[in-house]
Design a protein around this ligand. Sequence first.
Ligand code: CO8
Length: 257
Amino acid sequence: MAYETILVETRGKVGAITLNRPKALNALNAQLMTELNQALDAFDSDATIGCILITGSDRAFAAGADIKEMEEKTYPATYLEDFFVTGDRIAARRKPMVAAVAGFALGGGCELAMMCDIIIAADTAKFGQPEIKLGVMPGIGGTQRLTRAVGKAKAMDLCLTGRMMGAEEAERSGLVARVVPADKLLEEAFAAAEAIASMSLPILMMTKESVNRAFETSLSEGVRFERRVFHAMFATADQKEGMSAFVAKRPPDFKNA
Ligand code: CO8
């Protein structure tokens, strides 16, 4: 498919999407969100893809929702179109997703990164929810996902002041899994995505679902869910393969079965 706002490539079992609206610092307009979901649909239905990587440019992962596109919207229009419901579709993806973030990840850009399962940040990355300065607030999950990631104190600080937080503070706060030098970002992020993609896909997806369950339920229900899914894993050929490969001291050859 020909895209205008993103670049798409496949490297082995990794499907990579680069946000590509450089003149607008990768602001998330309707076309970009549609194309992003189309690319994700394609990777989802491609059985050879085990992990999806989303990245931007050196200057910006994404500087937020497109303010110029949003400026004149009215309440009925946003309600009728369910403005940014496209974000929910991204967050609901079942394959693992890695965000490789350099430069600005602001507003919807920070929210997009948080929809991914792992954020790997360049030391140049700047995260923030500056919507308050525009007379609105985060609207693609930021008040919820940021609070779950960094806790109330930091989430309130970011959402109420609109200030940016650097990569080091983001890692210290639990938003970011790793910080790497900017010139090593893609290398590290692809290495992580390739490591993930080399695992059994159904087991990866069940693991992602189980970790995410922690944010949706009580501890005892979450542990019960984990146990049921863990037991179910013994119905897969990949569990047999993973364990027998370990015992035989050879690398596993997962069949996604
Ligand atoms: N939308 C549209 N255009 C943008 C955006 C944006 N979010 N961010 C930057 N741009 C454009 C600028 O307008 C400029 O374009 P032009 O050259 O035509 O004037 C170009 O990108 C370069 O930007 P700057 O000249 O401003 O670059 P600087 O290096 O001076 O500043 C900043 C970089 C600090 C990132 C600055 O551009 C900025 O503050 N951007 C806006 C950040 C922001 O407020 N983001 C939040 C947006 S709102 C949001 O995400 C809410 C999502 C919730 C939706 C809920 C729906 C239910």
